[in-house]
Design a protein. Sequence first.
Length: 451
Amino acid sequence: METTFTPREIVSELDRYIVGQNDAKRAVAIALRNRWRRQQVPGELRDEIMPKNIILIGPTGVGKTEIARRLAKLAKAPFIKVEATKYTEVGYVGKDVDSMIRELTDISVKMVREEAKQRVQVRAQEQAEEKILDLLVPKTTPPQKSGNGETEKPDETREKMRQLFRQGKLKDRSIELKSDGPKSPFPMIEVVASGSVEEMGMNLKDMLGQFMPSGKDRKRKLKVPEAYELLVQEEAQKLIDMDDVLKEAIQRVEQNGIVFLDEIDKIAAGREGGRYGPDVSREGVQRDILPIIEGSTVTTKHGLVKTDHILFIAAGAFHSSKPSDLIPELQGRFPIRVELKPLVKDDFFKILTQPQNSLTKQYTAMLAAEKIKLEFNEEALWEICNLAVTVNEQMEDIGARRLHTVMEKLLEEILFDAPEKSGKGLKIDKTYVASRLASIVKNRDLSRYIL
């Protein structure tokens, strides 16, 4: 499923959730639009147009991951976030780099299958309703007497039962459902998730299930609504053509897939030595990742997947290393580099007030569940920003993530006592913020552990 958003529309959508970082937003917006442009190119030239992979450079908590995640949602594309540090070169203990493509394909299959289920949902509900009625009014049911003494035909009884079912008057009634037993006599067998054994092209459990005979049918006694939900799922699964689902899922991965490769700076072998000094394993990981990014074919349990046109967005703080410390071949595969700016106090204020998912809106909504009306005045929000900036300066700068710890500590007592204060209104002002947090911020040793 391709997006037709213009770069300006993409940036506007990202602005709803992410404060600042306009250069990064523009870069990913162009990259996403280029994927649509490529699809419009006729003939063989289309296959020659490769994605322009991006490296986002900036400290933690400035929005690198959020930009990639929101971009994938906007594009309705298969998306996976992986940490480069989880992979080691072949021969060492660790995850196989091919597993990122296998996991991305699994996500795509699930996404396409859910969309297919939605398309057949109405038919599945109709068929599930008929099955429920078959269990409630078996077809061999003889004519029955109605309340006024008249004889009802089975069809009339069935239609009356249908009306009762649709009106929700059968929710306390129980019926028996038959379900297949386990397909394999070894239901607990799992593939060991370590090293290259983690994925072997086909899941061992799935493979055994195809060859082992089915067990005996099991009967389950369920309430009508529960049975109906199970039958809807079962009928939807029957109506889906899984061959089409797998074909569409693999195509979506190959044409629209996005891999967010975080902590790429941790596998860069810094030429100066030190904490991230030369390390054969780090360079080995880079060389193993390189074919995936350049374009190769990966075997998955759903089929072969080509990685030529998957978009890779890498990110790293690059405190002790720099992009030029990556092997030259890998550098060449990330032609677009964007530096994200550290967040300042004004950015923090915007983060607390502007995004649709801002922390203040989240806490207000959560406390509304306890029937408490929570309000923050502007002075309180600025004081929260001041304290968050101060703590970031005194300790490790973790960007906007510091707001999470500050807000949680600020509202800790309110969140604990909320059930006993139901129906009240609470206003957070500057005085309250200072009384809860100022002493902790001043005490560096204390703030190091609490904030």
